[in-house]
Design a protein around this ligand. Structure first.
Ligand code: COA
Length: 317
């Protein structure tokens, strides 16, 4: 069982959409500045009754339904988030309860910021290989609107809320698998926890993070390609963390790659950290662009600092 297959996806986005024009009425910014620097036009913010866990449950329920599997088939549940509403129960345990996953199914949250979904998928595959079981539920969910300073124009324009979920299976068939993960402790992106008395919103050294991202992204992608002996031409889709359109454009140019394989949706959702990759996978699947048998590489990079890439096949639901 060396391969990894994506079986089904799900997604959930808050109804409230916040446009660049909306933000320009709150801080000194403009649609033109945000669009040209980031490619972001709109993002979603949670309403009072929504949070990272409610979004995670909706996305996970959809992925499980589409997989055609029963809750008992899920052998582990891993949720990537940096904006869980509660320290405990974890979002993964809240999903376990809501979806009636079996009690023998380990459930845990992973915090690797914007690399979280890649880390989560790697952890889930490791759990399947160690504990046994065929199917893993992996979720990325965020309510970053709760962590931003709405008066800080350098960060509040970038982030949004959402969740995506994926059911993965260990596979003996033709599905490829490779993973790479890395970390370098650094405060270039920072958000406070309980010790900060609730008053430490996200801060970021934008230029340093940009330089880090355009190095980490192609390095991670090349590493998983080398491990599998595949080339960029063999991949059908590259789903990068949707931080900023210019980061992806920079890497496409550096790699001399086919830009149409690099999916982008940050124009509609902004940077949703751990949710951005599974939200993008779900859109690709829902629109029929992702086809059974295709090979996908996902690459994450961000707070920690962390980075990682994972390569798998798509079975389809
Ligand atoms: N609207 C208008 N002006 C803004 C602004 C906004 N929303 N945010 C910052 N500015 C201003 C700054 O105050 C600065 O003004 P000054 O020259 O008068 O001091 C000017 O724009 C340039 O700021 P700077 O931070 O140097 O901009 P930049 O060109 O580096 O772009 C980012 C800022 C954040 C878009 C860019 O650094 C970036 O994309 N970084 C990567 C961030 C990212 O993707 N992080 C997530 C990774 S997981």
């Amino acid at each position: 069982m060396n391969g990894l297959q994506l079986i089904a996806t799900g997604g959930a986005l808050p109804e409230r959409t916040v446009t660049n024009e909306d933000l320009s009425r709150m801080v000194d910014t403009s649609d033109e500045w945000i669009t040209t620097r980031t490619g972001i036009r709109t993002r979603h913010y949670c309403g009072d009754a929504e949070n990272a866990a409610t979004l995670a449950i909706s996305a996970a329920r959809q992925a499980l339904e589409r997989s055609g599997l029963a809750p008992e088939d899920i052998a582990c549940c891993v949720c990537a988030t940096l904006s869980a509403p509660d320290a405990t129960p974890s979002v993964a345990c809240q999903v376990q309860r809501a979806l009636h996953l079996p009690e023998g199914c380990p459930a845990l949250d992973v915090n690797a910021a914007c690399s979280g979904f890649v880390y989560g998928a790697a952890v889930a595959r490791g759990l399947l290989a160690t504990l046994g079981g065929a199917y893993a539920l992996v979720i990325g969910c965020e309510a970053l609107s709760r962590l931003i300073d709405p008066a800080d124009r350098s960060t509040c324009v970038l982030f949004g809320d959402g969740a995506g979920a994926a059911v993965f299976a260990l596979s003996d068939e033709d599905a490829p698998f490779a993973v790479t993960l890395g970390a370098r402790g650094d405060d270039a992106i920072h958000a406070g926890g309980p010790d900060r008395k609730g008053s430490a919103p996200i801060t970021m050294d934008g230029k340093a993070v940009f330089r880090f991202a355009v190095d980490a992204l192609p390095r991670s992608l090349n590493k998983i390609l080398q491990e599998t002996g595949l080339t960029l031409d063999d991949l059908d889709w590259v789903v990068c963390h949707q931080a900023n359109s210019r980061i992806i454009d920079h890497c496409v140019k550096h790699l001399n790659a086919d830009a149409s394989k690099f999916y982008k949706n940050m124009d509609r959702h902004g940077n949703t950290s751990a949710a951005s990759i599974p939200v993008a996978l779900n859109e690709l699947a829902e629109t029929g662009k992702l086809k059974p048998g295709q090979k996908v590489a996902c690459v994450g990079f961000g707070g920690g600092l962390t980075w990682g890439g994972i390569l798998f096949g798509y079975k389809g639901d």
